[in-house]
Design a binder for this molecule. Structure first.
Ligand code: MG
Length: 380
C-alpha cells in the first residue's frame, strides 16, 4: 500500500490521478489532498477519498472549507499548508501537480522529509532542477516524472548504464499551428490554440504547446531529471502522440515507450514502478492507429526551443526567467493584449536583459522569477 499526498487534486493531472487511485484501490491510498481554490471539488473529493488532511492554498476559502469537512480531517491553508501535507508522516509519495511556483517549496520539503517525489509541475525542475536533484541525492530519495515524455524516458532508461546513452529524444505533438506559415502565426487567436489535436490539458499548457514552450520547458526538465547536458536532449515532432519519447544509445539502437495518449499511464507508473498493474484503460490497438510520422521542429517558426536550449545551457537563474516571462506573456495573449509571436518575443527580450546568477539556494531564483514577471508585464 502506497500512501500518496496529491498537491493539485482538482486540475487535469489531479483528476487523472483520482482515476488511477480508483483503479489501484488496495494499493494506493490518498492521505492528503490540496487544491488552490476549488472548495466544492475538494470537499467532494474529501468525502469520497477520506484523506487524513487537506489543504486549500488560497486562505480566503479556508473557513468555508473547514466548516464542510467530516470531523477528524485536518484542514490546512497557504504555502505552509502545502508544506504540512508534503511532510505528513504517513506519506510515501508526494505528487506535485500545482501550476506555477507554489509547488517548489513543498517539493523540497517532501524531499527533505524523505518522501518519494513525483513531479507533474514543470516549474519545479525548470526553476530549481539543480537544487532539487542535489537535495534528492543528499536525502537518498527518488524523483519520479509524471509528464508523459519524461516517464517514457525514465522507462527506457531503467536498468541502463548512463555511459551507454547517446541522447534523449523528446517527442512533441507540434501543437495546433504546426502547419501554419510564419506570417499566419501573427494572426492566430487563443481560441485557435485551445483546439489541441491530441491532448486535452489546461489552457496555459495548451498555449505552451502551441508556442512549443511546453517542449522547451520539458527539455530543461529532462536535462536535470536524467543528468545530461542540454546538447544531448533533442526534440522530434510526432503529431500522433503515440511514441511518448525515446532514448538513443551509443550503438545506434533506440528504445521508445508507446501507448495511446492518456495521462493515467505515467501517473500509474509513478505508483506501481518498477512493477506494472492491470487497470481499466483500454489496450492500444496498433492496427487501428493512424500512420506514425516524425519531423524536425521548425526552429524559425517556433523560437521557443532555441530559447529553452539557451536558458538550459546558461543555467543558474536563466530558466526561471524564461519560465516567468512566458507565464506573464501567455495570459496577455489569451486576454487579447498581445499577438501570438509577442509571447516568445517578450521572453527573448526579458532573457536578454537578465544577469544570470548561479545559486545554490532558492532565494536568487525566486528573486529572478519576480524580476522577470515585472519586466514581462511592462513589455505586455
Ligand atoms: Mg508533456
Amino acid at each position: 500500500m502506497k500512501n500518496v499526498v496529491l498537491l493539485g487534486c482538482t486540475g487535469s493531472i489531479g483528476q487523472s490521478t483520482l482515476k488511477v487511485a480508483a483503479d489501484l484501490r488496495g494499493q494506493m491510498r490518498l492521505v492528503g489532498l490540496a487544491a488552490r481554490s476549488s472548495v466544492e471539488a475538494l470537499e467532494r473529493q474529501t468525502h469520497e477519498w477520506k484523506p487524513k488532511a487537506v489543504a486549500i492554498y488560497d486562505d480566503k476559502y479556508h473557513g468555508t472549507l473547514k466548516g464542510r469537512l467530516p470531523s477528524g480531517v485536518k484542514c490546512h491553508t497557504g504555502l505552509d499548508g502545502l508544506v504540512e501535507l508534503a511532510t505528513m508522516p504517513e506519506a510515501d509519495i508526494v505528487l506535485v501537480a500545482i501550476v506555477g511556483t507554489a509547488g517548489l517549496q513543498p517539493a523540497l520539503a517532501a524531499i527533505r522529509a524523505g518522501k518519494t517525489l513525483a513531479i507533474a509541475s514543470k516549474e519545479i525542475l525548470v526553476m530549481a532542477g539543480e537544487i532539487v536533484m542535489r537535495e534528492a541525492r543528499k536525502h537518498g530519495v527518488k524523483v519520479l516524472p509524471v509528464d508523459s515524455e519524461h516517464s517514457a524516458i525514465f522507462q527506457c532508461l531503467e536498468g541502463r548504464h548512463p555511459e551507454d546513452v547517446r541522447r534523449l529524444l523528446l517527442t512533441a505533438s507540434g501543437g495546433p499551428f504546426r502547419k501554419k506559415t510564419k506570417a499566419e502565426l501573427a494572426d492566430v487567436t487563443a481560441a485557435d490554440a485551445l483546439r489541441h489535436p491530441t491532448w486535452n490539458m489546461g489552457s496555459k499548457i495548451t498555449i505552451d504547446s502551441a508556442t512549443l514552450f511546453n517542449k522547451g520547458l520539458e527539455m530543461i526538465e529532462a536535462r536535470w531529471l536524467f543528468g545530461l547536458g542540454m546538447d544531448r536532449v533533442g526534440v522530434v515532432v510526432h503529431p500522433q502522440s503515440i511514441v511518448h519519447s525515446m532514448v538513443e544509445f551509443v550503438d545506434g539502437s533506440v528504445l521508445a515507450q508507446l501507448s495511446a495518449p492518456d495521462m493515467r499511464y505515467p501517473i500509474q507508473y509513478v505508483i506501481t514502478h518498477p512493477r506494472r498493474q492491470s487497470n481499466t484503460i483500454p489496450f492500444t490497438d496498433f492496427t487501428k492507429l493512424p500512420p506514425l510520422t516524425f519531423e524536425t521542429p521548425d526552429a524559425d517558426k517556433f523560437p521557443a526551443l532555441r530559447l529553452a536550449r539557451e536558458a538550459g545551457t546558461t543555467g543558474g537563474t536563466m530558466p526561471a526567467v524564461m519560465n516567468a516571462a512566458n507565464e506573464v506573456a501567455v495570459p496577455a495573449f489569451m486576454n487579447g493584449k498581445i499577438r501570438f509571436p509577442r509571447i516568445w518575443e517578450t521572453v527573448e527580450k526579458v532573457m536578454s536583459r537578465h544577469q544570470t546568477v548561479h545559486a545554490r539556494t532558492l532565494e536568487p531564483i525566486i528573486e529572478a522569477d519576480r524580476w522577470a514577471r515585472e519586466e514581462a508585464a511592462r513589455l505586455c
